[in-house]
Design a protein around this ligand. Structure first.
Ligand SMILES: [Zn+2]
Length: 510
């Protein structure tokens, strides 16, 4: 009887951290003890591992078994340690050679019958393992498509415990998986047949959407129902370029941890579009959960679009909680067991009806909301939140004549996306050598030190600052949008035209 060691990975937010798993099978009262496992899912691991071994016809050692997972300080939640626990016991009991299990990482949940079940968060776990250099990672077959996205890692997919033991005994490898087998990634979460050309009669909102796409900015649209606010928001992703590989991996890792990755086509190469309903829980929007912390909508929208329709209907604490990710691109979920940070850099699109009854007067319905009620309704969107919204536009119902007149100016998503791409490349070139790629990401201090427009261009903002209609934070937003307008206009630096337009967008809905 002996000791055997192997490795697995624990997730802290979306970061994978190595966990050493050690099994000691020796003299003493028969039984199994788990050390370093704080959570009920893990004590259930003991029962699953035993059943899986017995039902796969491997003898359960009639001895004292101690399994320890360390470092003990890491939160080890969920079922993905089952496989590592099982192979450590099998190694210590001499069923598989202990030296064969020391190097590889094992991830997976065991079914009672010995089947190996897919788990959440395989991509970030494999990314964590890959920090050790050339590694072999054993994953459930159901997760292999996701695991092979990580470069320079040997992925061994296994379907059940018997297959795994055969491999460990003989070295006969189950076919390792290559990325090419999964050549068809999902292109977008938005239906491919939506196009900006569908939205006729809203030239200002279409232009605002283009600016958002080019600079990564936030937008508030105010208008009665049926004016196309949702249509507009849904078309924003069609203006955005594909995600670069590092961003695609970040986005995919978050969706993997949330357990919402589409099977067999896992790489998310398009910016996500996430649209939570105002009745969704705070945990669903911001992130949270009682045992395992899951990323919320703000993180699922990372590197993409978060659309909040009927924004004033969202609970105040949810709206307020948006401020942190809007500033930092990250969200911290605090719980009694400690806090977890997830990436959350998204473009926020808010839509609001002008009043709570949401009846469009010009549809023949009568709105009975008083000016006070209307003011109070929109007042639910706090000043500090609106300070962080770069552009605010009013979306009104267009007359038949306006619709006809606008028709000739409508452009397809493809045409606008080409301009967006050129503007984005211009910004990326200017920001080369910094951690940022779009204007929206540039921090305030850097904005003022390195990207301050000329005094002449800053002139329109002075009066607003003096009058108190523009805050310091608002000024930063205006300058960022002005840079994007300059990028779209193929100018080296924003002039008074750009700052004036940007200021108009920022002041917007009044
Ligand atoms: Zn009303």
């Amino acid at each position: 009887m002996a000791v055997a060691r192997t490795r697995s990975v624990a997730l802290v937010g979306v970061a994978g951290r190595t966990v050493e798993v050690e099994a000691d099978v020796g003299n003493g009262l028969a039984g199994i003890h788990l050390i370093g496992l704080p959570d009920t899912a893990l004590s259930e691991a003991r029962d699953r591992v035993r059943s899986a071994m017995v039902n796969s016809n491997y003898p359960w050692p009639d001895a004292r078994i101690i399994v320890s997972l360390f470092p003990a300080s890491l939160p080890k939640r969920g079922s993905q340690f089952d496989l590592a626990i099982a192979v450590a016991i099998l190694g210590a009991a001499g069923v598989v050679p202990a030296e064969r299990i020391a190097e590889p990482f094992f991830l997976g949940e065991l079914g009672l019958d010995g089947r190996i079940r897919a788990v959440r968060g395989v991509l970030p776990s494999v990314l964590g393992a890959a920090k050790h250099g050339d590694v072999t990672v054993v994953v459930p077959s159901g997760n292999s498509a996701e695991a092979v996205l990580v470069p320079d890692v040997k992925v061994i997919p296994v379907a059940d415990l018997r297959q795994l033991v055969e491999w460990l005994r003989k070295g006969d490898e189950p076919p390792s998986v290559e990325l090419e087998e999964y050549a068809e990634p999902p292109k977008s979460t938005v239906s491919p047949d939506v196009d900006l050309a569908d939205v006729v009669g809203q030239p200002v909102a279409r232009r605002a959407l283009e600016v958002c796409a080019a600079g990564g900015h936030n937008l508030w649209m105010l208008g009665p129902p049926g004016t196309g606010k949702t249509m507009l928001a849904e078309r924003l992703p069609t203006l955005l370029p594909d995600l670069e590989l590092d961003h695609a991996l970040e986005v995919t890792a978050i969706h993997s941890v949330a357990g919402v990755l589409p099977p067999n086509a896992p790489m998310m190469s398009r910016p996500p579009f996430v649209s939570p309903h105002h009745t969704a829980t705070s945990a669903a929007i911001i992130g949270g959960g009682s045992t395992i912390v899951r990323p919320g909508a703000v993180s699922l929208a990372h590197r993409g679009v978060l659309f909040m329709d009927e924004a004033p209907e969202f609970p105040r604490h949810v709206l307020d909680a948006l401020r942190q990710p809007l500033e930092s691109g990250r969200v911290t979920v605090s719980r009694s067991a400690g806090s977890v940070t997830f990436p959350a850099r998204f473009m926020l699109i808010l839509a609001a009806n002008p009043c709570p009854c949401a009846q469009a007067e010009d549809q023949g319905e009568t709105c009975k909301c008083s000016p006070t009620i209307r003011r109070r309704y929109l007042g639910r969107l706090s000043g500090p939140l609106l300070d962080r919204i770069d552009m605010k536009v009013t979306v009104a119902r267009s007359s038949r004549r306006e619709l006809l007149a606008d028709r000739q100016f409508v452009e397809t998503s493809k045409t606008v996306a080409e301009r967006v791409l050129v503007a984005r490349e211009r910004a990326a070139k200017r920001l080369a050598g910094t951690p940022w790629r779009s204007n929206a990401e540039v921090p305030s201090s850097v904005l003022h030190a390195d990207y301050r427009p000329s005094d002449e261009a800053m002139h329109p903002m002075t009066a607003c600052l003096d009058a108190g209609t523009l805050t310091a934070r608002g000024l930063d937003r205006v300058v960022r949008v002005a840079w994007t307008l300059a990028d779209l206009a193929d100018k080296d630096t924003p002039g008074e035209d750009e700052t004036n337009t940007a200021l108009g967008f920022w002041l917007g809905v009044r």
